[in-house]
Design a protein around this ligand. Structure first.
Ligand SMILES: [Zn+2]
Ligand SMILES: [Zn+2]
Length: 112
């Protein structure tokens, strides 16, 4: 505690420095606590209706690769084994053909 005394005395005489330190600290705390959770973050498994609606509208109800518009699948671009989850930014809308191709790539990488 004694080592901190000169610092505390310095801060007592320089309220502006103290204010700046407090301001930076509050900013950091704000960033930690007010961090907005992305939809689907931390979730895995069945997609909620909200997630489906957002992904479908994001890709305009079409396959992201070929624009096919029937029997679409939502695919995880990052496998769970790699820390992926249901967050919107990691989901892509694919036709059965391109979904199968995506999984061929994953299989080749040794994920499945
Ligand atoms: Zn396709
Ligand atoms: Zn998939």
């Amino acid at each position: 505690m004694y080592e901190l005394m000169p610092l505390l005395l310095f801060l007592k005489d320089h309220p502006l420095v103290l204010g700046i330190i407090a301001w930076i600290t509050l900013g950091l705390l704000w960033r930690i606590f007010a961090r907005k959770k992305e939809i689907g973050e931390g979730e895995y498994g069945p997609f909620t209706i909200e997630i489906k609606r957002i992904v479908y509208s994001r890709y305009h109800q079409r396959c992201a690769r070929c624009r096919h518009s029937e029997n679409l699948h939502i695919h995880h671009t990052i496998p769970r084994a790699d820390g992926g989850d249901n967050r919107i930014s990691q989901l892509i809308l694919l036709c059965p053909n391109h979904h199968a191709k995506a999984h061929d790539v994953l299989r080749a990488k040794g994920y499945l």
